[in-house]
Design a protein. Structure first.
Length: 600
């Protein structure tokens, strides 16, 4: 008997289409695993066992079964999106326990593609915070159950990481996909504004919230994103809907924005300035392969000072106070190099060239300098080969600077970025240390948008039934609603960051600044304690909700605890396909363990 739990969505769908498995047996096996393990993971608020089996039979009887990109694939849905026949509780006791009359459009698209909804996943109340706990349950990191799964899509990320489902649906308003994905070692992409229908809460947090996939592989994330974006073939027709940029390295008309409009059609509501000025034309920094500063090696010292050139982050070498374990296991080259702080040969470069040759020590990977190896012949997530032009050499900026002033980055997450940068350099990309010009006011901008969005979502609820932290958060946001709704703060941030993204195609940062807080009753703790904990570990995600630009969390390396580490990739409007392909190259060169071992 074949075990389907733990398989990818791509594998399951192919087996069902080819009648090597039935939707019922696949779904039944996942339901059994949920029953056995979820009491220790806390991923699900409700499990639709009987309904899911009936719906699996309906999928199996469909006449178009052989064409369905998600045929028989079990999927979990975040508990702030409507699933027909189920209530939407948003992690709160204040929301009505009334069954939804119809599916949210994203859920409907998943079902049309053959997926079977097995349950709704836990979230923090009103999806506000970066930890997932409340009256309906606590979601734990399957890799480190003493720690929170993150939030607010914590239950969805935990379900995927534990192998309870191969894919899950979540959304991201200030990092709510990327934070739990980074904690739990799964892949996600927060699409740019308008790629996937939103319809989240009472106003999508002023256009900042986006629905997106959680998966264990880039292929599954690409497949699910294509379905969510409205491609009924799951991407087999070629690319993501609306993706008109096949070759990003020579696009002088619209860069990554999808055409000669320069991104003007992809902005946020009220956005009058979304054109990326200049495209790639006139860029004076296009080839960093001869960088005599050492690129990622720490400047002209070749890395002997232990940092990246111009790195102003307080003592990255020492991690956070009290962090006594900073060495990442395995190093860069097959585990033979674990401490680069005294490397006089070039740190990430593999020799005295200081990184100019672009290789990692002992790296036996075939020469990728000509672009992404195999990039011209790819296998789509749905398992159908098609011809695809390589991205070529992208210009990748590497930054360890926290967007929120004063938040330090611990050594494990800083090391993950340095190592990922080395992998991309080896793959032929032009990698350079560069910090985006985050404004000093970004912390205040993020806080006003965060609280104002919560106020809008809470205004029709009985405040007495909300947790105290949620009440305070919503009350603080009330004075900012009108200003935030005008969109001037977001437009100002986009204008400030656009020139940076004309010089660089992709930004590489830590996904988190440190490991997640311990799992516990955060909903019973004070507002300030919650905000401080959230800001201290997840400062890298909010800017890209404020701009409305795409961003990914990609597993990379491990923390001293053995839990996964992760990096973030950010691009301009329309760059989802480019980010996915770059993530896929990281996955090929530094594969990760897809699911956590069963909890003890």
């Amino acid at each position: 008997m074949t075990d389907w739990a733990g398989r990818t969505a791509t594998e399951i769908a192919a087996a069902v289409r080819e009648k090597r498995a039935t939707p019922r047996e696949v779904v039944a096996e996942h339901l059994a695993l949920i029953e056995r393990l979820d009491g220790r993971v806390g991923a699900f608020r409700t499990v639709r066992a009987e309904a899911a089996l009936a719906e699996a039979d309906e999928v199996g009887a469909r006449g178009d079964l052989a064409e369905l990109p998600l045929a028989g694939v079990p999927v979990a849905v975040k508990d702030n999106l409507a699933v027909r026949g189920e209530s939407v509780r948003c992690g709160s006791d204040a929301t009505p326990d009334t069954p939804a009359d119809a599916d949210h459009v994203t859920v409907a698209r998943l079902r049309a593609a053959g997926a079977v909804v097995v349950g709704l996943t836990n979230v923090p109340e009103l999806c506000v915070f970066g930890t997932t706990e409340g009256v309906h349950g606590t979601a734990r990191n399957p890799w480190d159950p003493a720690r929170t799964a993150g939030g607010s899509s914590g239950g969805s990320a935990a379900a995927v990481a534990a192998g309870l489902v191969p894919i899950a649906l979540g959304n991201d308003g200030m990092g709510s996909l990327r934070i739990p994905a980074a904690n739990c070692g799964v892949v996600t992409v927060k699409p740019g504004h308008g790629v996937v229908p939103a319809g989240i809460g009472e106003g999508d947090w002023f256009g900042m919230s986006e629905n997106g996939p959680l998966a264990t592989t880039v292929a599954d994330a690409r497949l699910m994103l294509a379905v969510l974006a409205g491609d009924p073939t799951g991407g087999r027709a070629g690319g993501l809907p609306g993706d008109r940029t096949a070759n990003l390295t020579d696009d002088r008309t619209g860069v990554l924005s999808g055409g000669p409009t320069g991104g003007r059609t992809g902005g946020l509501p009220g956005d009058r300035t979304t054109e990326l000025p200049g495209g790639l034309a006139g860029d004076r920094t296009t080839d960093h392969t001869g960088d005599r500063a050492g690129v990622l090696s720490g400047g002209p010292t070749g890395g002997r000072t232990g940092g990246l050139p111009g790195d102003r982050t307080a003592d990255l070498a020492g991690g956070l106070a009290g962090d006594r374990t900073t060495e990442l296991p395995g190093g860069l080259a097959g585990g033979r190099t674990t401490d680069h702080t005294g490397d006089r040969t070039g740190v990430l470069s593999g020799g005295p060239t200081g990184g100019r040759t672009g290789g990692l020590p002992g790296d036996r990977t075939a020469d990728l300098a000509g672009g992404l190896a195999g990039g011209r012949t790819a296998v789509l997530a749905a398992g159908v080969p098609r011809r695809r032009r390589s991205l070529g050499a992208l210009r990748v900026a590497v930054s360890l600077r926290s967007p929120l002033a004063g938040v330090p980055v611990s050594r494990p997450y800083a090391n993950a970025v340095r190592e990922a940068a080395g992998v991309l350099m080896k793959a032929g990309h032009q990698v350079r240390r560069a910090d985006p010009p985050y404004p000093a006011s970004l912390s205040l901008t993020a806080l006003t948008h965060w609280t104002a969005g919560t106020h809008v979502d809470a205004r029709d609820l009985d405040r007495r039934r909300l947790a105290r932290r949620t009440r305070v958060h919503a009350a603080l946001g009330r004075p900012f609603v009108r200003t935030v709704a005008a969109g001037t703060g977001r437009e100002r941030l986009r204008r400030r960051l656009e020139p940076f993204f004309t010089e660089y195609d992709v930004l590489l940062t830590p996904a988190l600044a440190r490991r997640s807080p311990e799992a516990g009753p955060w909903h019973e703790r004070g507002w300030l304690r919650n905000v401080a904990a959230n800001s201290a570990y997840s400062p890298f995600t909010p800017p890209w909700n404020l701009t409305g630009w795409p961003a990914m969390a990609v597993p990379f390396g491990t923390l001293p605890s053995g839990a996964p580490s992760a990096v973030q990739l950010v691009g301009r409007p329309g760059s989802e396909a480019a980010l996915l392909e770059l993530a896929e190259r990281i996955e090929a060169l530094r594969p990760w363990r897809r699911t956590a071992p069963p909890p003890a």
